[in-house]
Design a protein around this ligand. Structure first.
Ligand code: GLV
Ligand code: MN
Ligand code: MN
Length: 414
């Protein structure tokens, strides 16, 4: 099964270059640049011969009908949004590899039994609403009313955001896929780590995706004059935040050699009044914990806040936390993993099994059917940074393995 590697790379280059010019490689969801990328993608989907549209959840979907309409679809895809200033290949590789595979089947006149559906899932990365994996949550029927009411800093609600990208938030029931309604979901993605590159292995066969929990922690002190307030009288919220961040770092580091390591990050912080000459009165942090150990992920933030509360109280600070999202670790299905490994071997490519420390839409699609992920190496393991890079042959390897995996699954799955 051949694919057009040059066309795939041309598309990767073209879409990645639709970036905010002052901060490459940025295409934030729910922003005009994202819509620009979407328009370009939809045109490519149509040119390839896919029946293309935006579903009620705001996902861009291209469909290729299979020979047997009684069979459940095979879904391929990923996401075209990015984190700020990073993610040149994170996401688009999976969407464009899916498109390339579908187009190659069409051009060869090779009719699959199953329908193929290529998804550009809406907002896989944490959006300005504070939520990630929005389109795949919609597919799983997991978007709650409370989540639809989440707002971004300019006051737009997520409900309005879904309509802004062409979705229909009042019809979300129409995109929901029940259990066992998808034959298989397969996503190609860059590894975002160093394992494949260090070992000189071409393909990663993902075994499972870590659990991820995010919570918003608000530390409240008192804003005061930075010159006139004596040190013993201050209630400096940012000092409390610093203690909490340090404690999270130390606790997660202590687990780095565990069989199921845990990582913890405070990647976002808002301070007010945020002025050089004011004692910070409030700090709002987003704490994220990830691990394959579900209980550890669930308890990390709660335990941290509970343990630090007395120390922060001594600093005249109040600390409160509320969960934003929590997703359990997700296993990739043995049958899909086996197909990916067999596909790589048949193409003469080395492969190894590995877990994913990054989150992916598959965490939600798994509610509707078996999932699998194909990793390709990326330079120095860098990702979510402007330096993220892959070579054309690595993109092509991922797409070739995807095509062969689809062929195998199409032949074997009911
Ligand atoms: C997505 O890239 C994530 O792992 O947060
Ligand atoms: Mn990402
Ligand atoms: Mn991604």
């Amino acid at each position: 099964m051949s694919i057009d590697a040059d066309r795939l790379w041309r598309r990767i280059e073209a879409l990645s270059k639709l970036t905010d010019p002052d901060r490459p490689w940025t295409r934030r969801s729910f922003r005009p640049r994202f819509l620009e990328g979407r328009e370009w993608l939809a045109a490519e989907f149509r040119t390839a011969g896919l029946a293309t549209g935006i579903d009620a959840g705001g996902n861009l979907v291209g469909r290729l009908a299979g020979a047997d309409p009684s069979l459940k679809p095979i879904i391929l895809g990923s996401h075209s949004d990015t984190v700020p200033s990073g993610g040149r290949y994170d996401g688009i590789l999976g969407v464009l590899a899916g498109l390339e595979v579908a187009q190659s089947f069409i051009e060869r006149g090779d009719r699959l039994r199953h329908s193929l559906e290529i998804y550009d899932f809406l907002a896989e990365e944490p959006s300005e609403f504070g939520l990630s994996c929005i389109g795949s949550r919609a597919l799983a029927g997991a978007l709650t009313g409370a989540q639809l009411a989440m707002t971004r800093p300019d006051g737009m609600t997520l409900r309005e955001g879904i309509a802004y990208v062409g979705g229909r938030p009042d019809e979300l029931g129409s995109v929901r896929r029940g259990p066992d309604s998808v034959a298989a979901y397969v996503e190609v993605h860059i590894e975002q780590g160093r394992v494949l590159e260090n070992e000189g292995v071409a393909i990663g066969v993902v075994t499972d995706i870590v659990g991820i929990r995010r919570e918003r922690i608000t530390i409240t002190g008192r804003a005061d004059h930075a010159g006139a307030t004596p040190m013993p009288l201050r209630a400096d919220a940012l000092v409390g935040a610093a203690k909490l961040i340090e404690a999270a770092y130390q606790r997660a580091s202590a687990r780095s050699r565990d069989a199921q390591p845990l990582v913890a990050t405070v990647g976002r912080i808002e301070v007010s009044p945020n002025a050089a000459n004011a004692v910070p009165g409030e700090a709002v942090l987003i704490l994220e914990a990830r691990s394959g150990d579900e209980a550890a992920v669930k308890l990390f933030g709660e335990t941290l806040v509970r343990d630090l509360t007395p120390e922060l109280a001594k600093l005249r600070l109040h600390v409160a936390s509320e969960p934003i999202s929590s997703v359990s670790p997700t296993a990739c299905a043995p049958a899909v993993r086996a197909a990916i490994a067999q596909a790589a071997a048949s193409l003469g490519l080395s492969s190894r099994e590995m877990p994913s420390g990054a989150g992916h839409d598959g965490m939600f699609v798994a509610a509707a059917g078996p999932i699998g992920m194909i990793f390709v190496p990326c330079r120095d393991g860098r990702s979510h940074a402007p330096e993220e890079a892959i070579e054309p042959h690595q993109a092509a390897d991922g797409a070739r393995v995807l095509a062969e995996t689809v062929r195998l699954l199409d032949a074997t799955l009911g």
